[in-house]
Design a protein around this ligand. Structure first.
Ligand code: NIG
Ligand code: FE
Length: 412
């Protein structure tokens, strides 16, 4: 099946195969072709260029895109999309003055979600998660990472990971799985962190690896959760199973998580709302991708990642949602891109690069998605009639997506 898209007002994020990510000043450049065509065969991008260059107009289907733009689907490299129920009561508690940490102290937070998840059947968990995934695909997400971490027992963590496995089987977008058992201490281990780490490293990790249920490892490296010794031990153990690290660091405090992550050649470090000068320099000297989660900062009213500074230092940056029931009950990448421009002072070019190509890099998927490139997956967004791509983050409350193509098929 071949499809030809013609008269595309602007074809956005057109790249050569060899560009795996963009950093610093290069993030300001977003290569596009005006008045373009795009030709796909089955699930693959075969050709593109200007309408003047179009020679062979034969295709099984021709779609006229006059007035519309095409860009690669969003690559959301950090989500906790598999969860049970919601936590809107904690949202109200925060409106009434409690902080995220105070709520966690009272037995709310991650532990609250874990209790709900443990009581929810795998089928029910799958149904809830499937609906969230369908929703975010309709909003333009075409590759996603999903974490465990609301199980906190061996059985419940495996249940979460089984649900992700089913999502991988049912959905045609690339999904990467991250094992995040060290997310919070469950009540039974409240005064026995070492005991819990032992359980994670000696019981859960080998099972997860044996059953090939995870691509990456994660830990919540934060005061009151897990420290750098725990992080070091876990990353060392995960290394034996070739699980690269994508870890939660510097959300509320800088406790050395970035240094530990870089030492272990982590694929990404995520959150980074609080960064010291030393953190910035360490990260700058590494190949680890910084991932900012602006809708988390928005929802919790915490500082935004100093993304402007990182890019001005010459570093790369990826943007992701952090979709989860506690700190970010939204999987909308359009809002993430807009908020990065509005609150972190990224230009639309930088934000789109961060939410596509660099997001793909943060999941080791740059070879498959993240740009309009010959040989990559035909996963893209067709916009409504819009004046420019800068209009996408500008009109932040509007739905500017007309439809989404995944593997060459129109899905929404
Ligand atoms: O990335 N910070 C750690 N984990 C999640 C939130 C977890 C929750 O509150 O349920 C995050 O923000
Ligand atoms: Fe997270």
């Amino acid at each position: 099946m071949t499809v030809l898209f013609t008269n595309i007002k602007e074809l956005i994020q057109v790249r050569d195969k060899n560009v795996q990510k963009v950093s610093g000043k290069a993030m300001k450049e977003l290569p596009t072709i005006k008045n373009a065509f795009l030709y796909i065969e089955n699930d693959t991008i075969i050709d593109f260029g200007t309408m003047d260059e179009l020679q062979n107009t034969k295709a099984d289907d021709i779609i006229d895109c006059t007035g519309k733009m095409i860009l690669p689907t969003w690559c959301d490299s950090h989500t906790h999309l598999v969860y049970a129920g919601n936590r809107e009561q904690e949202f109200i508690d925060r409106i009434n003055g409690l902080t995220y940490q105070e709520i966690a102290h009272k037995g709310g937070g991650i532990v609250n979600s874990a209790k709900k998840l443990q009581e929810t059947s795998e089928d029910e968990l799958y149904e809830q998660s499937k609906n969230r995934l369908l929703e975010v695909i309709q909003m333009g997400t075409g590759a996603i990472e999903i974490k465990s971490g609301y199980g906190l027992t061996t059985a419940a963590e495996l249940k979460m990971l089984q649900v992700v496995k089913r999502l991988k089987q049912e959905f045609s977008i690339p999904i990467k799985t991250t094992f995040l058992a060290a997310h919070a201490l469950p009540p039974f281990y409240k005064n026995n962190k070492n005991g819990f780490m032992k359980l994670v490293i000696e019981e859960m990790l080998p099972k997860v690896a044996e059953q090939k249920l995870a691509d990456f490892i994660d830990i919540f490296c934060e005061k009151g959760y897990f420290d750098i010794d725990d992080t070091h031990e876990l990353l060392k153990a995960a290394n034996k199973y070739q699980l690269k690290a994508k870890i939660h660091v510097n959300q509320f405090n800088s406790i050395g998580g970035i240094q530990t992550a870089v030492q272990h050649q982590a694929l990404s470090v995520d959150h980074l709302e609080v960064m010291t000068e030393e953190d910035i320099q360490t990260l700058k000297a590494s190949n680890t991708m910084p991932v900012a989660l602006p809708s988390c900062s928005y929802f919790l009213s915490i500082p935004y990642t100093p993304a402007r500074r990182l890019i001005d230092e010459g570093m790369a940056l990826a943007l992701a949602t952090d979709y989860n029931p506690g700190s970010t009950p939204s999987g909308n990448m359009n809002f993430v891109v807009a908020t990065a421009c509005i609150k972190m002072k990224l230009t639309p070019e930088e934000a789109i690069n961060a939410a596509t190509l660099n997001g793909a890099f943060a999941m080791e998927l740059s070879h498959e998605v993240g740009s309009i490139t010959k040989g990559k997956k035909a996963n893209f967004i067709i916009t409504k009639n819009i004046p420019s791509y800068g209009y996408l983050p500008y009109a932040f409350g509007s739905n500017n997506i007309e439809c989404v193509f995944i593997n060459g098929k129109r899905i929404a």
